[in-house]
Design a protein around this ligand. Structure first.
Ligand SMILES: Nc1ncnc2c1ncn2[C@@H]1O[C@H](COP(=O)(O)OP(=O)(O)O)[C@@H](O)[C@H]1O
Ligand SMILES: O=C(CO)[C@H](O)[C@H](O)COP(=O)(O)O
Length: 525
């Protein structure tokens, strides 16, 4: 039923591969999640700053969750499948078998994860070239992008990996290939992480200059010479073999994928905001900033014309919303930082015991503990003497400096539960201040923003959401569906099925406002 009719008769399956788990949802034409399942995935850290995963593990986890979400439903109503994933690098040989990305030669670990910082020397040399493509990543290439990682493989694992490699995929593209057998890459991954230009294609001079002329010589067959817009239908749809793996009908439409943050952006940014008293009502969609907060936070702002923001990735054309330029700010560890700070504290065992006794998560317990100890003052005032600098894994934006480290000032000798709660609060506040710095950089360069749209695991934490509102001074919109990244993945499947005429149409019909959290301006000081 083109245009999404009144009867929600068709279903779409969205699959979201995050850093820590794979999630799937069955979604209808109104964007309502009818079923949800998740499954943790393995990560290896064989040495400091080396982070690896397995594409076989991840594909198997996809099958576990997709089979769960379609249990008991009429599978003939499933019209499309969409994937999103972290922008990790998957390496396969010429027969599409996994290759090791490690010195141990363990081919099961064939993914260099997005947060892997092994390629420091390589990215430094790439940045020293001052090549023109760097203008489109905020002026400085991140060590988390693919070119430095590829150069690392060539320089460090020549025989065991580089010489045998037949295919280098961004993880979202690996998944769509696995589902369809089509090796075409998504414009999203190539533009955002591989220096591809939506307008000019690959730049031979860049790859030659950095020592990866191999790709030019074989016409980019290993990294992608067929490129499709996100949401485009791939080949003949789901292959019989993939259909068996995923428990879905063979032949359903499968979409060209998105990176996870970008799927989150699609899942939230197009919602109809009428009647919520928001400044962005009646304003162009470019006044909205989507912030996808999981292991990391990604800040997605769009514009009609390209805007060059120092230290902020992009501008990327059509990489998220078709026809719009995208700037992507980010903080490499946010959820991971909060977990690290809380779990590493001397009072963590006590916290865990008390939270378990109340059947609460440690974060719900900490939030109520802060309410208890703040007395009559606003909670934010508990940290007047304690401050965190949150760049424990370098600064992605807007300083774009991978050498930065974290810092805590104002420590005392006591390490009780109150101290843990206040340190947790200071960490959340520091992350929100990081978002404010990114917004200031975006606005200084020409963006005009009024409203935040938050999603991802951290958006389930009310303290995190309120601090983002208070510290940025902007209202925060939370979607009706908490798992908005999965709505974004389902939007891709819906577009590939042909049920919607465009990504914009699917966005406006499938993303919905849930709760709005306004800033407490009186507490901003
Ligand atoms: N209910 C919750 N309350 C507080 N924090 C949460 C909650 N659920 C998830 N998180 C935090 O969100 C982060 C993971 O978010 P998620 O979107 O699942 O990440 P990813 O996509 O990177 O796998 C973790 O740091 C976790 O502690
Ligand atoms: O760089 C990215 C997006 O451009 C990564 O995919 C992202 O930062 C990892 O995402 P998550 O925190 O959701 O696991």
């Amino acid at each position: 039923m083109p245009g999404g009719g009144q009867e929600p008769g068709s279903y779409y399956v969205g699959v979201d591969v995050g850093t820590g788990s794979v999630r799937a949802a069955l979604v209808d034409q109104r964007g309502v999640l009818l079923a949800f399942a998740d499954q943790p995935i393995n990560q290896w850290e064989p040495q400091f700053n080396h982070h690896e995963q397995s594409s076989e593990d991840i594909w198997a986890a996809c099958g576990v969750v997709t089979k769960k979400v379609v249990q008991g439903i009429d599978v003939n109503r499933i019209r499309g499948l969409g994937f999103d994933a972290t922008c990790s690098l998957v390496v396969l040989d010429k027969q599409f078998r996994p290759l090791p990305v490690n010195h141990e030669g363990d081919s099961h670990r064939n993914i260099i994860m997005w947060l892997d910082h092994r390629a420091v020397s390589q990215v430094h040399r790439i940045n020293e070239t001052k090549h023109g493509v760097l203008q489109y990543v905020g002026g400085v290439m991140s060590v988390e992008m693919q070119a430095p990682k590829l150069l690392w493989l060539k320089e460090n694992l020549r025989e065991t990996c580089w010489d045998k490699a037949g295919h280098f995929f961004d993880l979202p593209d690996f998944l769509s290939w696995k589902a369809t057998g089509v090796t075409a890459r998504s414009l999203c991954s190539l533009v955002c992480k591989w220096t591809y230009s939506a307008e000019k294609g690959w730049d031979d001079s860049f790859w030659k200059l950095i020592g990866l002329e191999d790709f030019v010589a074989d016409n980019y067959s290993k990294i992608g010479n067929q490129v499709l817009p996100p949401g485009a239908s791939l080949g003949n749809g789901l292959t019989p073999e993939a259909a068996r793996d995923l428990g879905l009908p063979a032949g359903i439409a499968v979409a060209a994928s998105l990176i996870d943050a970008h799927a989150g952006g699609l899942g939230v940014i197009g919602a109809d905001v009428r009647g919520h008293g928001l400044a962005c009502e009646g304003q162009p969609v470019t006044s909205r900033l989507a912030v996808i907060c999981g292991t990391s936070s990604c800040h997605m702002g769009i514009s009609k014309d390209p805007i060059f923001v120092p230290g902020v990735w992009g501008p990327y054309f059509s990489a998220m919303v078709p026809g719009f330029w995208l700037n992507e700010g980010g903080q490499s560890v946010t959820g991971k930082l909060i977990d690290h700070v809380v779990r590493g504290h001397a009072a963590f065992p006590e916290l865990q015991a008390k939270a378990t006794a109340r059947c609460q998560s440690v974060y719900a317990y900490l939030n109520s503990h802060l309410d208890l100890i703040k007395k009559a003052r606003p909670v934010g005032f508990l940290t007047v003497d304690l401050h965190v600098w949150p760049d424990f894994h370098g600064n992605r934006s807007p300083l774009a400096d991978l050498t930065l480290k974290g810092m805590v000032t104002g420590l005392k000798l006591s390490q009780d539960l109150d101290d843990l709660a206040i340190l947790y609060l200071a960490t959340v506040q520091a992350i929100a201040f990081g978002t404010r710095l990114i917004i200031e950089a975006l606005e200084a360069a020409g963006h005009s923003l009024s409203t935040l749209f938050l999603c991802g695991g951290l958006s389930k934490n009310p303290l995190f959401v309120q601090m983002h509102a208070d510290i940025t001074g902007m209202p925060v919109v939370l979607s009706q569906e908490v798992e908005s990244v999965l709505v974004g993945a389902a939007i891709l499947g819906a577009c590939a099925s042909g049920d919607f005429a465009s990504v914009q149409e699917a966005m406006s019909r499938m993303s919905k406002v849930g709760k709005v959290v306004f800033p407490r301006l009186e507490d901003k000081r």
